[in-house]
Write a protein that binds this ligand. Structure first.
Ligand SMILES: Cc1ncc(COP(=O)(O)O)c(C=O)c1O
Length: 446
């Protein structure tokens, strides 16, 4: 008996160790395997396209993940089930999250509709309002520098017979309020202008736009994906009627967002999808409780830490600009130098081809435009809209460093500087040396 008692636990222990080694992988191993290499990962300076979430990177706020996990594992009821406790506990978590989102923007929780992200919110707002008021009010105004999802929604509306004005912006990226005023027609139903531009970081005069729209009896929608949680925004004070929100821009999970829809004066919109009538009939489909909880937690944290975060990001911006302009020649800041969110800096480097620069920078993850358009070698439409010369538009890089420290910033500058100084020896620079006017170059898509 004594022999068996010592023998069996040993066997179990050996089996356990074998299984653990064979079947369970450490997160680090998973990362390496998925990336297919053993090297350290590049510094992530592209937070505008969204911070990374577990399991890839803990740079996403772990507090958000902590809030979400119980709703992935223990509380799995459908928040729309009214007949049992499983549904009630999920519903109560969803309503808490709705309040957290509402509190961040000074809204009533009943004015928050959960969506899959800002793309859906923008589609819902632009198409929904214009289609609802369509018969009498067939005109919508937006700007040439909006996110693709707003511009493409407007194109769809045009194909349905609605009329759209795409306002140009000034060379600093800001709209001309007088021009907006003149563009409003008796049949205008909606003005859609983003708060902070995702490529050049400029901040539109939202207060003035809201005031103008309210005084002219036109609804005002703003794409707040890059602004909510980063700068103070109160929808009542700013006369905003609809606002799009995305969780993954503020350390929340990807795949969830919200649309603020004002109740008084009431905004009506035609829903995009038909179904069970969830979200006050505006957005049918089951609300994913863990994601909504993640969005709520991210909003709460952003609200509590906004002042500190803004100061930190402003200090980083100053340092980045100083380091880059003092070490690299002919650098141009795209967009207004003052009316901007400091966490997004878009720079053009004369004589350097932006895409090659980004590809050569193995140790820093940056982008040359918005994530959705950066696959194209065409210069960014935002840079074109502000009148950037084509050669400079081709040599632009966007830094976005909402969640980074001085050390990461220093490494980025060193890396960019090293490569730029090396690349000054290659084509564009050589052409300038040979006296060729590079503005006369015809750029084509490869
Ligand atoms: C200004 C702006 N609007 C909308 C979106 C789309 O957001 P989501 O990824 O949540 O659909 C983005 C994301 O890149 C953005 O920057």
């Amino acid at each position: 008996i004594s022999h068996r008692l010592t023998y069996f636990p040993c066997i179990y222990l050996i089996i356990f160790i074998l299984c653990d080694t064979l079947f369970f992988k450490l997160p680090e191993q998973i990362q390496k395997q998925e990336l297919g290499r053993d090297e350290p990962r590049p510094l992530y300076m592209d937070f505008q396209t969204g911070p990374l979430l577990w399991p890839y990177c803990f740079r996403n706020d772990p507090r958000v993940l902590d809030a979400m996990l119980p709703y992935q594992v223990n509380f799995y009821g459908n928040p729309h089930s009214r007949t049992h406790a499983y549904g009630w506990e999920s519903e109560s978590a969803m309503e808490k999250a709705r309040k957290q989102v509402a509190d961040l923007i000074g809204a009533d929780p009943r004015e928050i509709v959960f969506t899959s992200g800002a793309t859906e919110s923008n589609n819902m707002a632009v198409k929904g309002v214009v289609r609802f008021y369509g018969q009498k009010k067939r005109h919508v105004i937006t700007t040439q520098t909006e996110h693709k999802c707003v511009l493409d929604s407007c194109r769809v509306l045009e194909s349905e017979g609605f009329s759209v004005t795409y306002l140009p912006v000034q060379s600093n990226g800001l709209i001309d309020l007088e021009l907006l005023d003149k563009s409003i027609r008796p049949d205008t139903s909606l003005v859609s202008i983003m708060t902070i531009n995702n490529e050049i970081g400029v901040k539109q005069p939202i207060r003035d736009i809201g005031h103008l729209c309210r005084s002219r009896g036109v609804f005002f929608h703003t794409d707040g994906a890059q602004a909510v949680g980063k700068i103070p925004l109160n929808v009542t004070e700013l006369n905003i009627d609809l606002m799009s929100i995305s969780a993954h821009k503020i350390y929340g999970p990807k795949g969830v967002g919200a649309l603020f829809v004002r109740r008084r004066p009431r905004v009506r919109l035609e829903p995009l999808q038909s179904g069970g009538g969830q979200e006050r009939g505006l957005r049918s489909g089951t609300v994913p409780t863990p994601l909504a909880v993640g969005l709520g937690a991210a909003c709460s944290i952003a609200q509590a830490e906004m002042v500190y975060d803004h100061q930190r990001v402003s200090a980083l911006a100053q340092r980045l600009m100083h380091k880059i302009t003092s070490q690299i020649p002919d650098v141009i800041l795209n967009g207004d130098p003052d009316q901007r969110y400091p966490g997004c800096v878009n720079l053009s480097f004369a004589y350097v081809e932006g895409e090659s620069l980004l590809m050569a920078l193995k140790d820093v993850a940056l982008s040359s435009g918005s994530a959705c358009t950066s696959a194209s070698l065409e210069p960014s439409y935002v840079l074109r809209a502000i009148g950037a010369d084509e050669d400079l538009a081709h040599s632009s890089i966007r830094y976005f460093y909402y969640y980074c420290d001085y050390y990461a910033l220093k490494c980025t500058v060193q890396s960019v500087r090293r490569w730029i100084l090396a690349s000054l020896l290659v084509p564009l620079w050589e052409m300038v040396q040979e006296g060729i006017d590079i503005k006369s170059i015809k750029w084509t898509q490869h």
